[in-house]
Design a protein around this ligand. Sequence first.
Ligand code: ZN
Length: 268
Amino acid sequence: MGRRNDFLREFNRRNRGSPESDQALKKIQECDPVVVGAGGGVGFRTTTTLCQCGAGSGNSTLYAQDFDVIEVLNLNRGYEYRDVGRPKVEVVAERCRAINPFCRIVPIMGNVMLPSSIKRLGDIIHLGRRKGNKVIFINNTDRKEAGWLLSDICGEHSIPLIHGGASPDSRGFFVQVFIPGRTACVRCVYEYFMENPEMVARKRRGCEKTALAITMNSLADKMMLAFYRLVANIGTTEPLMLYNIETENPKRIIIPPNEGCAVCGTKK
Ligand SMILES: [Zn+2]
């Protein structure tokens, strides 16, 4: 116990700074981040960054969900060759505990679309609330249906969702923050994209795969900035930001909640 307390005091000392910063650390430690698709390139970096910022310590529990196993193809992410063949969430949890041996991280192996996974997410929300924690979902899956599902769950339980993804040609990516009652849900933003095709990166033959290690890390970092702004309550929480690898200037879009939507509409 002594070793644990000594470690955590020293570990958190590194995160301490101004009174605002100390307050932000406290808020992160009263938060249960649920990273869905934690084993992807974005998810790996998101989850380990959360751990580095103090999630999983204090009163916080960090959840990492993914169904997949590591392949050689995944080595453009945080994984190493010796990890090939192992479940991604197991390795992600191991890496977090290599950073903070006392990190309270719960790896969840399974497909998020399965009823058992949906039930588990509901249980996590109830457990977090019972502890008085703020539960925040972070979606790093690359399936749009998974994004819709998580957005529906967040709308139902009034919890925020940080959602992000890359364009099909990997030349751009977006970060969306869904705050029920304040911003549009993931389904409504998807519809907006479908109705405004010029917003989607132009069609190219193939995909900018060589940049993937860079774009995935950048996306994870932008999602973590959105997380920090939301939890620490600093700056403005941007509802939707579009990034392109050709320019440093993101495009900022405000899509208000759709009154007619069952998820983000305020008239329920
Ligand atoms: Zn909606």
